[in-house]
Design a protein around this ligand. Sequence first.
Ligand code: HBI
Ligand code: FE
Length: 297
Amino acid sequence: REHGSILPSMSGDGHFEGPPPGARPDWTIDQNWDAYSRADHDVWITLYERQAALLPGRAADPFLKGLEALDLHRAGIPDFARINEELRRLTGWTVVAVPGLVPDDVFFDHLANRRFPAGQFIRKPEELDYLQEPDIFHDVFGHVPMLTDPVFADYMQAYGEGGRRALGLGRLHNLARLYWYTVEFGLLETPQGLRIYGAGIVSSRAESIFALDDPSPNRLGFDLERVMCTPYRIDDFQQVYFVIPSLQSLLDATLQDFAPIYARLAAASDVPIEAVLPTDRVFTRGTQAYAKAGGRT
Ligand code: HBI
Ligand code: FE
């Protein structure tokens, strides 16, 4: 349900045409904050209050601090012009509005320039728990608070630069896994236990509980190469979560040359999604009960 495979305005042969009508060449549009309806703001407030009640003790401190610093609650959908003043001051990042998923090269170019592309639309009240494509709640509530942390802000820019290189080398699918198992579904090890920093988890009520409490998934120590050869699922809870010891260790992992890693990956085969390898650091060896039961019922 994240980054659904059906990308908008994709022509038959799987390539993007140009930006949709009304969008600029970099696919950005005006947020047009005044156009949000009362119902739109009420969806934001409902989702925000559900997560705000759930996340203390579950979300990582940098996330909770970012939520506070940007004051995303206010009375509904945040106005990017307002949050960008604070966000730019903290880490030089800004949020830009886009119509939905954008082509990989456009996405990476924004990240490499410290611009986070956020969906301008918000889900409908009947879609509160299930979403095919990232909306403004997933993007702004899920992703933006972590961008107030200087180390994570550097990581996201390094990811954007790596993405442009990966595209050139034809290794995008490996790099997309790194994004998936960190930026979207990453867990952080802390003295108080595991905490959530991944946007896909923190913006989802059910997965905020499942990712930490459920005995079904594996929870394994993060290793960049291990993550790059592990497939992921886009339409259900994860079967494996990877745990980093610190945000700094995540940034350090991206500051190495990926070429030798890509070369080894090209010769290797993927690791089955439910596997636990002898080389894995195991926080939880999952029962895989949820997956065996056929997943989302
Ligand atoms: N576009 N707006 C938007 N948001 C994303 O998270 C996004 C995207 N395009 C491509 C993409 N993510 C992924 O394919 C990359 O992470 C590889
Ligand atoms: Fe996302």
